[in-house]
Design a protein. Sequence first.
Length: 261
Amino acid sequence: MSEASIYQSLRGHMAELRLTAAAEVLPRELERARTGDLSHVAFLESLLAIEVEAVHARRLASLTRFAGLPSPLHISDFDFEAQPSVDAKLVRELETLQFLEDATNVLMIGPPGVGKTMLAIGLGWAAVEAGYRVHYTTAAELAARCRKAALEGRWSSVMRFYAGPSLLIVDEVGYLPMAAEAAAALFQVVTQRYLKGSICLTTNLGIASWGKVFNDDPMVAAAMLDRLLHRSVVFNIEGESYRMRAHRARAEATRRAVRGQ
């Protein structure tokens, strides 16, 4: 076979194996091998490294889309000094993601604006970037999706969906009262994931007040908490809202600017 025929055959093999990134850079890498006098092994390693990097990038993009995290904030963006009630050492330990290996849950409890969602999202990004499947949802969105699935006869399918990720983030539990069917949906999701996958849940209500969330049904609340707390890390976050603090800082800056005119 001529060199041109061998080259076309190589391109065909790459297409068959879907080595798209390696195929794109093949002419460049061949020229680099010739001018740099690379060995066959060095050339092949360089070419395959490019393909592996592309595979990792595609996987990360896919995991990112599936996660649906609502902001790009990471744990490194969290201001621990401004929120001293948060145990920074414990958060850093969670960031290692060992809690995912034994399906430990993480509960963030505290008033609005103290950083619960930011911490949950930060853990979500850490897991995504480590190659874990993550999915973010609010409690209201989860309830609406489950209700729609029940009406369409897809209950089993939606339960499999929520049971799948290594980390399921359920945000804003307790901000709105849940009807009986919504409470039942969340309970079923928690039950499906019990001892199988981690849940990171944020709520503005203390554990003693959970009966109010679930249509004043203390039995459902107790059963859900039993599963969530069996293997869990709980943060009780106190302090002032970041948003109110930022609002006051802007107002003060405006007042200083006006006085300076």
